[in-house]
Write a protein that binds this ligand. Structure first.
Ligand code: Z5A
Length: 224
């Protein structure tokens, strides 16, 4: 799976920085994102933190339908609900934040759709990409960081939390293997892979250093 053919940061008509954390369930995306935001605030930045699906009333309603409603969804219905959520989030939150020069930290973006709805559910990748482009206007993160972890390790972390699994988490093991393989193989100039099957602090230090290397004015003590 080749996720996106555009060069670093293309598609973004912005002055801000857009970073998305990706990976399978339990990889540590949410925890790492919160820590990144906290450190950025310590440097006097005010990042905009979003999660997908979610972040606007429409997107949160779509999230509820996708993950928790009792009805079964076809793969196409699920795809369009994710894209409804994304289109609204991009228009109302992400694009305005980038245009005003802010850092946007996202808990998933369109790489998840390629991995879950195309590789996982079996929808045609080229058609999925076309639909994504319509929803986002072609906006791409400047950087995706995929947190790589074996499926079993991610699931063990989730099980330790004791929360009831949502509809996607309850999908069959073959689905989860296809999704994990798609994340593992995702390659593009704006995709970086980090091993996440390690202590939280070790993953975080490598993540921060990677961001500071690419965006030194934002992810370092230097005012920018
Ligand atoms: N989905 C899709 O199909 N298509 C799309 O286009 C999009 C999404 C955008 C959203 O679920 C679901 O939608 C998701 C993909 C699908 N479905 N699945 N399955 P979500 O937002 O509710 O959940 P998630 O994204 O799957 O997140 P998660 O399970 O919460 O995983 P995480 O954010 O990567 O991990 P975490 O919450 O930071 O950490 C999980 C636990 O591990 C927690 O107790 C942490 O304290 C612990 N943790 C974190 N790091 C470590 C380390 N390093 N060591 C030990 N323990 C750790």
């Amino acid at each position: 799976l080749t996720a996106g053919s555009s060069p670093l940061g293309s598609g973004s008509a912005s002055r801000g920085i857009f970073v998305s954390l990706e990976g399978i369930e339990g990889a540590g995306k949410t925890s790492q994102l919160l820590r990144l935001a906290e450190r950025l605030r310590g440097l006097g930045r005010e990042p905009v933190v979003v999660r997908e699906p979610g972040g606007t009333p429409v997107a949160e309603a779509a999230r509820q339908l996708i993950l928790h409603a009792p009805h079964d969804l076809s793969a196409a219905s699920e795809l369009f609900l994710f894209l409804t959520a994304r289109a609204d989030l991009v228009e109302r939150v992400i694009r305005p934040a980038l245009e005003s020069g802010q850092v946007v930290l996202a808990d998933r973006f369109e790489l998840s759709t390629r991995c879950y709805q195309a590789a996982g559910r079996g929808l045609d990748l080229a058609r999925v990409e076309g639909a994504i482009a319509l929803a986002t206007g072609g906006l791409q993160p400047d950087l995706y960081v995929v947190l790589d972890i074996p499926v079993e390790a991610g699931q063990a972390r989730q099980a330790a939390e004791g929360k009831a699994p949502d509809k996607i988490e309850r999908a069959d093991p073959g689905f989860h293997r296809r999704v994990a393989e798609a994340f593992r193989n995702a390659a593009a100039p704006n995709i970086l892979h980090l091993s996440a099957d390690r202590a939280f602090g070790a993953v975080h230090d490598e993540l921060w250093d990677a961001l500071a290397g690419r965006f030194p004015l934002t992810f370092s003590g230097v005012a920018g």
